[in-house]
Design a protein around this ligand. Structure first.
Ligand code: KG4
Length: 317
């Protein structure tokens, strides 16, 4: 069975084609890069509307397939930006209707985990998912994916992006903050805001901006922001690891590109005699293949759209 997966929960339009053996036949994507400011939901939706059809065509070319070879359509139905989600859902429904094939709406966060399992070979991980829109620690437990800890306000990627924009580093901020952090080892005290098993980044963001505005060197603030935020992420992951008794840790999402976060997480994982996994970067960020693969898993299990159900985290293992 061959599934096409559409992604567009935020600013990245993604299309992927995957078969039921888990072969990724095509992976195409295009991110909206705003000239200034952050991502506007309406602009993200327009970006998807303009790019979905060309990316579907490119994916079919890459996979050497025609439209009629597609057996099913999957798309991320959330969480994400409302206008962006609606655009992608409409495209997915039109495609499925015109081809007369089944359609499955999937959970974006689980898509990240499942493509991580597929491409790294890990079996039953505790996952740290860190991106521009999401920050959560999840594991499969008692027949479903459970969230062990998450942000109470903004995501870690959003924190880095907002900091970078405010101090004039541009967007996306994560890579620029990482670059500058490498040139400092001068830790400036910032608020450490782990709350139970959850995290908060907005106070940390404000404190980092104030530190810079009161004359601290930008390199030192970048270094301190990373050290504080990543220590918080690692602490929550460590506690969830001990609680869930998993023996694998999977890191996914765009912020996984950060070498320092990876290093800190790997050290913690080794201390717990667990194995650390991270997909290639092209599967770490938002992409269409993750939705295609999760759609196939759900279809194989006989699970279709479950709209209207309060908790849509579904057993795919
Ligand atoms: O998963 P992703 O590609 O998509 C969205 O969530 O939209 O993640 C994008 C996020 C941005 O916040 C970006 O700043 C962050 O990933 N990012 C990084 C690095 N590269 C990208 N954060 C920290 N260090 C990096 N090297």
């Amino acid at each position: 069975m061959i599934c096409i997966g559409l992604e567009g929960t935020a600013e990245k339009t993604g299309v992927g084609i995957v078969d039921s053996e888990g072969n990724i036949l095509a992976l195409q994507g295009r991110a909206l890069l705003p000239e200034k400011g952050g991502i506007h939901p309406r602009e993200a939706a327009e970006h998807h509307a303009q790019n979905l059809v060309p990316l579907i065509k490119k994916s079919l070319e890459e996979a050497d397939l025609g439209l009629t070879d597609l057996d099913m359509v999957a798309f991320a139905r959330g969480p994400g930006l409302g206008p962006a989600l609606r655009t992608v859902a409409t495209a997915a429904r039109s495609l499925a209707l015109s081809l007369n094939v089944p359609i499955v709406g999937v959970n974006h966060c689980i898509g990240h985990i499942e493509i991580g399992r597929l491409t790294t070979g890990c079996q039953d991980p505790l996952t740290l998912y860190v991106s521009g829109g999401n920050t959560q620690v999840t594991a499969f437990d008692s027949g479903r994916y459970q969230i062990f800890g998450e942000t109470l306000d903004i995501a870690i990627g959003n924190c880095l992006d907002q900091f970078a924009r405010t101090v004039g580093l541009g967007h996306p901020g994560g890579p620029r903050v990482e670059e500058l952090a490498l040139t400092s080892d001068n830790y400036l005290k910032l608020p450490y805001t782990v709350k139970g098993m959850d995290l908060s980044f907005s106070g940390l963001l404000t404190a980092a901006i104030r530190k810079y505005e009161s004359g601290a060197r930008l390199e030192d603030v970048c270094y301190s922001l990373q050290e504080t935020a990543f220590a918080m992420l690692v602490e929550v992951t460590e506690r969830a690891l001990a609680h869930s008794k998993k023996s694998e840790v999977l890191l996914v999402g765009g912020v996984a590109a950060n070498q320092r976060l990876r290093q800190m997480l790997e050290v913690m994982t080794q201390e717990h005699y667990a194995d650390f996994f991270m997909p290639e970067m092209r599967y770490c960020g938002d992409n269409g293949a993750m939705n295609a693969w999760l759609g196939l898993l759900m279809h194989q299990k006989g699970l279709k759209n479950q709209q209207g159900r309060k908790n849509d985290i579904t057993d795919t293992q």
